[in-house]
Design a protein around this ligand. Structure first.
Ligand SMILES: [Zn+2]
Length: 132
């Protein structure tokens, strides 16, 4: 039975529309599963955790994760011993809890965060002086 032009047009638009909805659902689902923010604090119960280095209370914050750490010299050692709970950008695998390519919500220590920013400020200053 031949379909009228109008019926074909309706089927085409409806079909395309439905596939667009399916595609956007699929893309949203992949985004949620693949690169959504991972909440590392959700398992925690009880009072706010204390920073093992600075002995102060930590609070949950959203932290971006990205970049490789290969050319960072002794950054790993400095980070782990001086500011392990900073709230700045975290490199892939910076901690054993840091996932690859997914931002996290994790506890941040205000003193670690200060030390982290001071480290980068001083590193930039040293690099700028080297360039002169
Ligand atoms: Zn700290």
């Amino acid at each position: 039975m031949p379909l009228s032009k109008c019926t074909r047009l309706v089927l085409f638009v409806f079909g395309t529309g439905r596939s667009l909805v399916l595609w956007s659902c699929l893309i949203s689902f992949m985004f949620l599963i693949g690169c959504g923010t991972l909440d590392l604090t959700k398992e925690h119960t009880g009072p706010a955790p204390i920073c093992d280095i600075h002995k102060c209370e930590m609070h949950p914050e959203r932290i971006s994760v990205g970049g490789e750490i290969v050319y960072m010299g002794n950054y790993w050692e400095i980070c782990r011993t001086q500011f392990p709970h900073h709230g700045g950008n975290r490199y892939h695998g910076e901690t054993e809890k840091t996932p690859y390519g997914r931002n996290v919500i994790d506890y941040v220590c205000p003193e670690c965060d200060k030390a982290y920013h001071l480290y980068w400020k001083n590193t930039q200053k040293v690099n700028t002086e080297k360039e002169k």
